[in-house]
Design a binder for this molecule. Structure first.
Ligand code: AN0
Ligand code: CP
Length: 316
């Protein structure tokens, strides 16, 4: 693997899941393969889990890490070609990516969607500029359109907890006061397609996701109908895709609560975190024995570790 940008970079998904579970049972198995190598973690947005779990993954492979937070530490970077750089942006990605590549053997990038220009967000300009101009492998730590490390951790969590071969997995929209990106939902769907899940998406009208990604998947606007017989409820907010980046309604009747969980097949609750309690999901659901949120966050370490291993060794 020369880069990890999207779920499609994984060739054999099932064997990767098995390798990751194996690694979780023996996390120090490859503790020397990253010796004398450096992972650079570059953040254009905040993070808790991604920042710490990816560092931990690197440490467990014997790698060292460098962190830089471009929100308030770096020069403002220009990503457009052929511009006269007389404004606020002091440095072009062409130089920044090559310079960072000299200090790091792998570069992780976090760069969320702007949510104000769908065409540009689709181009995933920040991440792809680093792919184009770096001379070392690039790791997606959530870009405009994808969060594949989260999706890999989520599928490990489902594998560990599923009670049937083909569980019913429901991806449900939930309310949120801020406009959020589509990346987590997109990668969750792309990951589910690689697994034997019965995936159902439920969201209010106006909140359908990118039709190219949801093609062939059942989308219901009736949340309670969708919850029937579900084995896993994966909650996530996203802003409108059609009316790009906008909050159309913030219907709090879409919050996940016990009454809705009672419609399911004793489903387990999932969320990528961070989560707003009693907005997205009630305390009673998030604190119940059926909540998998902490296990999901734990699995982020092993997801990152297996991907770093493949990037270090250029394995399939
Ligand atoms: C981000 C999002 O929805 O993409 C990150 C999730 C991992 N969430 C927030 O900004 C709250
Ligand atoms: N789930 C996740 O990516 O969390 P952070 O935004 O805290 O990294």
């Amino acid at each position: 693997m020369k880069k990890f940008i999207n779920i499609s970079d994984i060739k054999d998904y099932k064997s990767l899941v098995n390798e990751t579970i194996d690694l979780k049972n023996n996390p120090n198995k490859f503790n020397n393969i990253g010796k004398n190598k450096v992972l650079g973690l570059i953040f254009f947005n905040p993070s808790l889990r991604t920042r710490l779990s990816t560092q931990k993954a690197a440490l467990q492979l014997g790698m060292k890490t460098l962190n830089m937070n471009f929100i308030n530490e770096g020069w403002q970077i220009e990503f457009e070609d052929h511009v006269i750089m007389s404004g606020n942006k002091a440095e072009h990605v062409k130089e920044a990516a090559k310079v960072i590549s000299q200090y790091c053997d792998i570069i992780g990038i976090r760069a969320f969607a702007s949510l104000n220009n769908r065409v540009n967000d689709h181009k995933d300009i920040v991440l792809n500029s680093f792919v184009d101009h770096s001379t070392v492998p690039v790791l997606n730590m959530e870009s405009s359109i994808a969060h594949p490390l989260q999706a890999l951790a989520d599928s490990i969590t489902i594998e560990e907890n599923k009670k049937s071969l083909k569980p019913k997995v429901v991806l449900t929209w939930a309310p949120h006061p801020k406009a959020l990106p589509h990346a987590v939902a997109n990668s969750f769907i792309n990951m589910s397609k690689r697994n034997d899940y019965e995936l159902v998406i439920t969201n209010p009208e106006g909140y359908n996701l990118n039709p190219e990604i949801t093609k062939g998947i059942k989308v219901l606007h009736d949340q309670k109908e969708a919850f029937k017989n579900a084995d896993f409820i994966y909650a996530k907010n996203w802003s409108s895709y059609d009316n790009y980046g906008k909050i159309l309604i913030n219907d709090d009747s879409w919050m996940i609560n016990e009454d809705k969980m009672n419609l399911t097949n004793n489903a387990q609750f999932m969320h990528c975190l961070p989560v707003r309690r009693n907005v997205v999901v009630s305390d009673s659901v998030i604190d119940s024995n059926n909540s998998l949120i902490i296990q999901q966050a734990d699995n982020r370490t092993y997801a990152a570790q297996i991907i770093l291993k493949k990037l270090i060794n250029n394995e399939k």
